[in-house]
Design a protein around this ligand. Structure first.
Ligand SMILES: CCCCCCCC(=O)SCCNC(=O)CCNC(=O)[C@H](O)C(C)(C)COP(=O)(O)OP(=O)(O)OC[C@H]1O[C@@H](n2cnc3c(N)ncnc32)[C@H](O)[C@@H]1OP(=O)(O)O
Length: 175
């Protein structure tokens, strides 16, 4: 299914969510992740898509709830890190699959884990507002993908970071 969703009012006007979510094409034996696995009933179920036709920009959305509170009205920083983390690995999966010449819907997605996660908390993150994470693929090198990330809440950029993701090692696959 192709999705085109206009950016929320006040955001970057030209950005749209483009095409299928990569997480919907993860192999079943690697779809249990708390952040992004469709097979984890307790997780965030993040969905990451290309943000435009360039195949370098991605978009992921998540709206936190009161159970993810740091101080009343503000989001727990670990949740912010978690959303950035799986937005990064999802972006890496999109980029790595594309770079390998594979078709997401026909071939499925390559799967990536976090090697390094950097997070900079720039402003307190307000509760119950949709968080929009934009990823920019900086490099695809062999089994490694580097993605720069920003998170906005409404008009405000609340966090930024970078993920270095590596293709899922065999030892982590379920038998
Ligand atoms: C089913 C999967 C769910 C995934 C959900 C996504 C979010 C997650 O929570 S993932 C869980 C947390 N992450 C982990 O547990 C990963 C644990 N670490 C590992 O398994 C390994 O160290 C791993 C896979 C990251 C790298 O090992 P390996 O594939 O052997 O890397 P290696 O061949 O040595 O290096 C390849 C390249 O990556 C770089 N690299 C290796 N490790 C890292 C790292 N941790 N950070 C940054 N770069 C790294 C190397 O420098 C090398 O770069 P270059 O090609 O430029 O010289």
């Amino acid at each position: 299914m192709v999705t085109r969703r206009a950016e929320a009012a006040g955001g970057a006007g030209a950005t749209v969510d483009e095409g299928p979510a990569v997480q919907d094409h993860y192999p079943a034996d690697a779809a249990h992740c708390y952040g992004c696995g469709a097979r984890n009933p307790f997780g965030h179920h993040l969905k990451t898509r290309w943000a435009d036709g360039s195949r370098t920009e991605t978009i992921t959305r998540f709206t936190p709830g009161p159970e993810q509170t740091a101080m009343p009205g503000y989001v727990y920083g670990g949740l912010v890190a978690s959303v950035l983390d799986c937005s990064g690995t999802g972006s890496a999966a999109l980029a790595g699959t594309h770079a390998a010449g594979l078709d997401l819907e026909g071939d499925g997605s390559l799967r990536y884990v976090t090697g390094t996660l950097e997070v900079r908390y720039q402003r307190p993150t307000p509760m119950s507002v949709e968080l929009v994470v934009r990823g920019r693929v900086e490099e695809v090198k062999g089994r490694k993908v580097t993605v720069a990330l920003t998170m906005t809440a409404g008009e405000d950029e609340v966090a930024s970071g970078r993920v270095v993701a590596l293709q899922l090692p065999d030892e982590m696959r379920s038998s």
